[in-house]
Design a protein around this ligand. Sequence first.
Ligand code: ZN
Length: 461
Amino acid sequence: MRKLVLLPLIFVALSASSQQLSGDSVFIKRISNNILSSGEANDNLWYLCKKIGARLSGSPQMVKAENWGLAIFHKYGGPNSAWLQECMVPHWVRGGRDTATATCKINGKTQVLPLHVLALGNSLGTGTKGVKAEIITVKSFDDLESKKDQLKGRIVFYDIPFDDTLINPFEAYGKYAGYRGVGPSRAAKYGAVAVMVRSMSNSTDNYPHTGSLRYNDSFPKIPAVAIGLRDVKLLSDLSAKGASLTAFIKTGGKFFPDTTGHNVIGEIKGSEFPNEYITIGGHLDSWDPAEGAHDDGAGCIHTIEVFRVLNELGYKPRHTIRFVLFANEENGLKGGNKYAEEAKAKGEKHIFALESDEGGFSPRGFGLTVPDSSWARIETWKKLFEPYHVFEWRKGGGGADIGPLARNMNTPVAGFIPDSQRYFDHHHAANDVFEAVNIRELKLGAVNIAALIYLIDKYGL
Ligand SMILES: [Zn+2]
């Protein structure tokens, strides 16, 4: 009897929720139609890449990019919709073109091979005379330790390839980026005079891929470069044939005093919970040899597109939504730290943050670090994303710039996940340019991010 009474109630509840979902699917389709038929993502990425270009912290292009971001938010959201949040950022410069050669002696013959290199970000230069020394190859940190008595006066070459059996290249990157980050100081500890690292990539071209190192102040700050993968292959083939190899490296990296940078923040005020914040962002800075199209122009365009479309459709969010183009992700994270620091100091309640910093490729899904209790709700949203080819809902995820919010304020966070197979062909290399981004793929990313932000704003987590 009791069951008979409950059945109609269950039916009513189910039909209400499916009605809600069909309303949501209509709104998401409007978002999608707007983004896919608009030219703004294309024009904005083009401007950022071609008119501003590389925008490392402290560079004149960083200032240009900040002003551009602010103007774009004002254009789409009105004069009171955006502001700059000041933070101090490091000011590292490459100081000219990095050059290197390898001198190879084999079977009584000597040949000099030019190497395609880029100094690692935050590395100090060799001075005008350069550094010349014998190369010693190591295959792991354990290998480095076992050879510690042979490192003095030599150039350590970390030749550790990506593990191609890992399906997600980000896992390979995560596993090996430490050789770039701390490898130079670990080699300097035993008297090495410079370091070369295999580029953190599995591409087939010869572009060197830069990225940050972090010197340990206890050891000499030796120069360090990344080498293109074809040159790496050449060196390892020669070394396997028994060649003796010396390298000459000339780099000019140096620091100027810290300078002023800014997070660019757009905002749409919440109608019901104006003091509860949802953040979406990407980072505005990019490495100096490229246009920073995938890293992280794409994340900035995603952020701007979500801001634009929600404004254009007249969406009135329940919570306040912030759109942040973060400063200085690549070599300091000062923007992300500042954003969380100020949020904490003001006692703001941040209910969710999402970052897009894995490129502008076709969307696959989201990685979410949210309470276990949120997953039942997320489950009900999944079918809304299927028409937009998003099927992956990974437990765990976030982004460097929103990490401080998660760590210091326990904010639930997520990372947007596009297809990752080609990301490391471009990451931190000179071929990370506008032409490497497919605009439809980029736009579909914005569609799915906007949909998730809309659902979290409407239903909470
Ligand atoms: Zn990035």
